[in-house]
Design a protein around this ligand. Structure first.
Ligand SMILES: [Fe+2]
Ligand SMILES: [Fe+2]
Length: 147
């Protein structure tokens, strides 16, 4: 499996999670519930973003630089993580809920940009063997986490 296919499959799972968070967020009644949901999203997203940073930024560095996208790509991962971490420090239910929903909305935009720009860029710039080798690394990392 190519790394782009693996990451795209992860995106599909995240899209379902985002739908779920948006559906249940208005009904959450305690700060603790919002923080639990945000912590889950933070942990899963960090894992995904770290994989992208590790497996994409290196091999695609020259392409990102040409497009002036390298810093934007890293910055969006940091920004996302920062918004979710700020839910941890929230002391009011409403502000925590707003931050969580803002993080979901920002994530959707980020994922969309990756699917429209970054994944096709990788498919065009890297050889199939490289994409498959990176996919194998992804598989080994995921297997390692699961054991
Ligand atoms: Fe990403
Ligand atoms: Fe992604």
């Amino acid at each position: 499996m190519k790394i782009t296919e693996a990451l795209f499959a992860e995106h599909l799972v995240f899209h379902h999670m985002f739908d779920h968070i948006e559906a249940v967020a208005p009904q959450l009644r305690t700060l603790g519930e919002v923080k639990t949901l945000a912590a889950l999203m933070e942990a899963l997203l960090r894992n995904h973003s770290d994989t992208e940073d590790e497996l994409f930024i290196g091999p695609l560095e020259h392409c990102f630089e040409q497009l002036g996208q390298r810093d934007a790509f890293l910055e969006e991962h940091r920004e996302l993580d920062g918004t979710l971490r700020s839910v941890r420090d929230a002391t009011r239910l409403e502000s925590a809920r707003e931050l969580l929903l803002a993080a979901v909305s920002y994530s959707r935009q980020h994922f969309d940009r990756e699917e429209r720009i970054v994944f096709p860029l990788a498919e065009g710039a890297l050889k199939d063997e490289t994409l498959v080798a990176l996919g194998q690394t992804w598989m080994e990392q995921r297997t390692h986490v699961a054991v």
